[in-house]
Design a protein around this ligand. Structure first.
Ligand code: KIV
Ligand code: NA
Length: 265
């Protein structure tokens, strides 16, 4: 199979083919997602929430991200694998940012890294790219800044924040990013930002005009019980299905129905 690269994504935008991206954090899930034809797997720091049960993405460490990323890389035969640099491993120090990015690339075998922010992290982005590591940007709702924002509601509804975002996408393109995630911003703003760029935008809660879409896989398969924001399309009730399966198993064991004659040696 031919591997998707950052060049493939660039060509997809040029010919108007949408980019499909999902998160994954482990081997088994990545195998399903890659085999189903996803273009990009994001090993998101949302692992902090969905895998570890933390309130925010802040606690996850670089070592933990590398463990998740290496597991995903072992399953990903076709897709591009992008890994989040976690909180505290790149902000405001480009040398540390480069060191963190190099660790991810060397120790996990991933193909690219993602960083949150615009102008504030330009130097880090440039330094990482200079080392030959592709960088994906992330603007709008940037969950590593949740304590600055205070809520997970839509960003950039006001003109000041919207115009900063429009500048920041250009800063990231100029710095050499191969794509940029736009999270939870008005669809019209995402449309303008997308039209202003040669590099693809990947939206989550950013409307239909982005060059691609990303969702957290646990959300889209309905495994993250009770999480139903407006932007989410839920394709399965995985929580309900698994819950029923486990109940049946418990019943079968208690009733001595499992294992039966054919299921023993
Ligand atoms: O960590 C994550 O899952 C992300 C996506 C929501 C873009 O950054
Ligand atoms: Na993230």
């Amino acid at each position: 199979i031919k591997r998707i690269t950052t060049n493939t994504l660039h060509d997809m935008k040029a010919r108007g083919e949408k980019i499909a991206m999902l998160t994954a954090y482990d081997y088994s899930m990545a195998r399903v997602v890659d085999d189903a034809g996803i273009d990009v797997i994001l090993v998101g720091d949302s692992a902090s929430n969905v895998m570890a049960g933390h309130e925010t993405t802040l606690p996850i460490t670089l070592d933990q991200m590398i463990y998740h990323a290496a597991s995903v890389v072992r399953a990903a035969a076709r897709c591009l694998v992008v890994v989040d640099l976690p909180f505290g491993t790149y902000q405001g120090n480009s040398k540390e940012a480069l060191h963190s990015a190099i660790r991810i690339m060397k120790e996990s075998g991933a193909h690219a890294v993602k960083l949150e922010g615009g102008e504030e992290i330009r130097e880090s982005v440039e330094r990482i790219i200079t080392a030959g590591i592709p960088v994906m940007g992330h603007l709008g709702l940037t969950p590593q800044s949740i304590h600055k924002f205070g809520t997970y509601t839509v960003r950039a509804k006001e003109e000041a924040e919207a115009s900063k975002l429009k500048q920041d996408v250009l800063v990231l393109q100029e710095a050499g990013c191969f794509a940029v995630v736009l999270e939870k911003i008005p669809a019209e703003l995402a449309r303008e930002a997308t039209a202003s760029l040669k590099i693809p935008t990947i939206g989550i809660g950013a409307g239909r005009h982005c060059d691609g879409q990303v969702l957290v896989v646990h959300d889209m398969i309905g495994l993250n019980k009770g999480f139903k924001p407006r932007f989410l399309r839920q394709y399965l009730d995985m929580y309900g299905m698994m819950n029923e399966a486990v109940k049946s198993y418990v019943n079968d064991v208690k009733s001595s129905d499992f294992p039966n004659e054919k299921e023993q040696y």
